[in-house]
Ligand binder design. Sequence first.
Ligand SMILES: [Zn+2]
Length: 309
Amino acid sequence: MNEIRINPLNGKKIIFCPDRMKRPKDIKIVPAKEKKKFCPFCPGNEDKTPDEVFRLGGRKWKTRVFENAFPIVKPELGSVHGDFDVRPAFGYHEIVVESPNHYSDFRNVSHVRNTIITYIARFNELSKKKRIRHISIFKNHGDASGASLRHPHSQIMAIDFIPDEMRTELRNSKKMKKVLSVESKSERMITKTERFVVFAPFFSESPYEVWIVPKKKMRNISQFDDDHVDEISKLISTLMKAMKSLLGDFSYNLVVKQVLKGDYHMRFEIHPRLEIPAGFEIDTGAAVNTAIPEKVAELIRKKLRGRKA
Ligand SMILES: [Zn+2]
């Protein structure tokens, strides 16, 4: 029977339709094979990007950060007016080029580690800026994710408001303790390390959604120490390998759910983009998910075991 599960953190409704579940290989969205065109993010083209604000490494860089050439928010406060509420879209919108290698991806541990180190450095810097109240860190990978360039990159947006969904989560922050204790003992648990728990949440919004949650409560990635960085880099890389062998070349979004202030337990979320939200989702705001998390966790666990063997 189809059922509606409710996310206790943000109140979102997710409708599970297992009968619509297709085999993973049938629902993958393969990024189109592209011919290598001019790439502004490749080494040698550093002067084709806006001014650099950060780099990991020296002349031979590992990661680079610069302002997005087409920003959603800008650090400017001009006057705006209109028929309804309106204000300047203030903030900082940065691009993180995660690797000099055009074809690298998150299956590579040092690629992930350099990216996480860069996230932390930029988070620390942007959180000091005036007016900033929220920092959004995300990665779009593949055609179906919204990514416009193939070269591996993430984005960081520092904005002057707290998103509504995050306000709801802050109100419900006490519930994360229960989510973590239930999920870490459930059939949805995928793997555990010394510092993290990985699971397919009961109320997954999208097929093959995976959460990586630090065991110790921390509100954002600035609280990660070197061991956290090492562990989560290995975890993400291992998960990506397992998920790729299940789903093929899949598109995904990776997001860091975190806050600057307040009582909150942060997490990383991986959302494979296997289906495109349709009219019902737009009309109701509810999500429809065809992959049961219990099954997803079992499939990923099997792949992880296969790798260790
Ligand atoms: Zn490139």
